[in-house]
Design a protein around this ligand. Structure first.
Ligand code: SF4
Ligand code: SF4
Length: 315
């Protein structure tokens, strides 16, 4: 049988390109996010904070799926209001989405809302966290509860409760396939929240990449977008956040110790010719350093010698 030609649509191609292009315009997050602090790998969070590799790029279909999740949150809030629950989905002081911040502005998160009048506990203000799940994930949630099924979501809620001085959270989940809802109340666990903030502080203060949590072929690492840098020897990006001369500063800012100046976001992206990699971002062992020439020599994993800063001295 002759194969039918694949049906293509220039309009669908244009939608795909527009969605991907719109995403590319979003500035890269420069802080440690509450939504990712539950990730078990501190090394991955360090790479993210230092922007050591390009962020994961998604096709238009996946980006639209993320967008659907955000749109569903609006509907879930509307359903709560229909049930008589008072939902504050924006901070009345700013008129913007609720934001929490810690560690001198290097840790941030954004809350879905704060609610009162929950029928189970009408007087107690609750943090609201809305999430959508596919059918498989939703079944796991119903079977095991959020602490087991989605520990990273609990981590996010614990930090939010701690930073907003709330004692309870409501986890409202929706099955994307059937529209079934699931609601679970979560108690504040101060010790857990403090552990998570200490973890974020370690990542902010680290100049060396934390230990790996698995081998290259392990399940934990196989699907990690840091894998090429972490296990594959791919070079880290060259900009201020990967430079040994940069240091975090107050109010979420960054400072260059080499030039003694504050680094704007644009500066950080651009870097400068005096860039020298944080040694743990180089796939080799440091064997020499020349302070005057501002170079560092490494024995790379493949045995060759490589001098960081050599291009500058040769120019
Ligand atoms: S590849 Fe594994 S060890 Fe490396 S950052 Fe990812 S999860 Fe962590
Ligand atoms: S030396 Fe250059 S690349 Fe390094 S932190 Fe300073 S400005 Fe950035």
């Amino acid at each position: 049988m002759v194969a039918l030609p694949e049906i293509t649509s220039p309009t669908l191609d244009a939608i795909e390109a527009a969605v991907v292009a719109a995403e590319a315009l979003n500035p890269r997050r420069g802080y440690i996010g509450a939504s990712s602090i539950g990730n078990p790998c501190e090394r991955h969070l360090f790479y993210q904070f230092r922007m050591a590799h390009e962020p994961e790029r998604f096709p238009g279909r996946i980006l639209r799926l993320f967008d659907t999740g955000h749109a569903e949150e609006v509907r879930m809030i509307a359903w709560l209001r229909m049930a008589g629950v008072d939902v504050q989905d924006v901070d009345p002081e700013t008129g913007d989405q609720w934001e929490v911040e810690a560690l001198e502005g290097h840790f941030k998160g954004h809350l879905d809302g704060i609610i009162t009048g929950l029928l189970e506990a009408p007087k107690t203000p609750h943090l609201l966290e809305c999430k959508t799940h596919n059918a498989k994930s939703f079944a796991q949630l119903k079977k095991h509860g959020v602490a087991v099924a989605k520990p990273e979501h609990v981590a996010q809620m614990q930090v939010y409760m701690h930073l907003k001085s709330l004692t309870r959270a409501v986890y409202l989940a929706k099955n994307k396939d059937t529209d079934e809802l699931y609601l679970e109340r979560v108690h504040n666990d101060q010790a857990h929240a403090l552990q998570l903030l200490a973890k974020a502080e370690r990542i902010r203060d680290a100049n060396d990449a934390p230990e790996r949590i698995g081998d290259a072929d392990s399940f934990a690492c196989k699907f990690c977008d840091s894998h090429p840098l972490c296990h594959g020897g791919a070079p880290a990006l060259r900009h201020c956040r990967t430079c040994m001369h940069s240091a975090w500063d107050k109010d979420g800012c960054w400072h260059c110790l080499r030039h003694d100046r504050e680094l704007t976001v644009e500066d950080q992206r651009a870097g400068c010719p005096n860039h020298l990699y944080l040694p743990s971002l180089v796939n080799g062992e440091q064997i020499d350093a020349d302070e005057k020439a501002e170079t560092v020599t490494y024995r790379m994993a493949d045995g060759r010698e490589w001098v960081d800063g050599q291009e500058r001295t040769a120019a």
